[in-house]
Each structure stands twice: as C-alpha cells, then as structure tokens.
Design a protein around this ligand. Structure first.
Ligand SMILES: [Zn+2]
Length: 133
C-alpha cells in the first residue's frame, strides 16, 4: 500500500497541521491517543482512499466485510463539533460520485479494544435538520 500523499501538505482532516504531524503517523501504525484523533485519522483515511486503515480501526462487530473507497466520492472538509468521553460529533462535506454535495453529520461512538481506540458506529444527531453546518 503506497499512499502518495506528501507529508508536508496540510492534513486532509483540516487540523491545519501537516500530514506528517497529524494523521500520517496513525496511518503508519501509531496508536491514536484519543477518540477525536482516531476520528480525524479515519476521515483522512477516507479522503486518501485508505480502506485498510478504515477497516483496521473499525470494531469487528460492526465492521463491513469490504469497503470500496474508490467510488468517486470526494472528501472536501471536516469539522469536529465536539467530543465528550468516547463520542465525537462532526460534520463532513462530501461530493458524491454524481456531483451532488452532501453534508454528513454524525455522532460517532468509539471504544477501546486491546489498548487502542476503534470506531463502533454513529448516529445522526436529532438536531441535524434544524442546525445546518
Ligand atoms: Zn489530520
């Protein structure tokens, strides 16, 4: 797996830091220290079509058997709206394969498994329609 993403470029997760000082080390095998760090690194993995990382950080009970991240979806931006305990709420701006723009808003749940954080699942916050990103 070779990801041709320059380490000095801004991280896809929108942190403002370079990839090498943000999500890059997690993609290279370092453990994300917090649910928010893991959430950001998973977003970056989606943006970089790194399906292996997305699956590897997904709880085995909820993980899909396969994941195709080369369907043409573009990941335009991420905003972490808040995190508390093992939950992180975020909005992600996507452009779907048909060109339509889509705002994904999710409250994700994480848990620790074998000493590392993994994604369990997510729900759409009830206020999503009343409070657009
Ligand atoms: Zn990042």
């Amino acid at each position: 797996m070779a990801l041709a993403y320059p380490p000095f470029k801004s991280c896809p997760c929108g942190s403002g830091r370079s990839y090498a000082h943000c999500c890059g080390p997690f993609h290279a095998g370092m453990r994300a220290p917090t649910p928010e760090a893991l959430m950001r690194s998973r977003y970056s993995a989606y943006a970089l079509s790194n399906a292996a990382y997305v699956l590897d950080t997904w709880h085995p009970d909820t993980r899909p058997a396969t994941l195709d991240l080369r369907d043409g979806t573009r990941y335009l931006g991420l905003r972490v709206r808040g995190s508390a305990g093992n939950h992180v709420e975020f909005t992600a701006q996507l452009r779907l394969p048909d060109g339509e723009r889509y705002t994904l808003r999710e409250n994700s749940e994480f848990t620790q498994l074998g000493g590392r954080w993994v994604y369990v699942d997510g729900v759409t916050p009830a206020a999503a329609d009343a409070d657009p990103a």
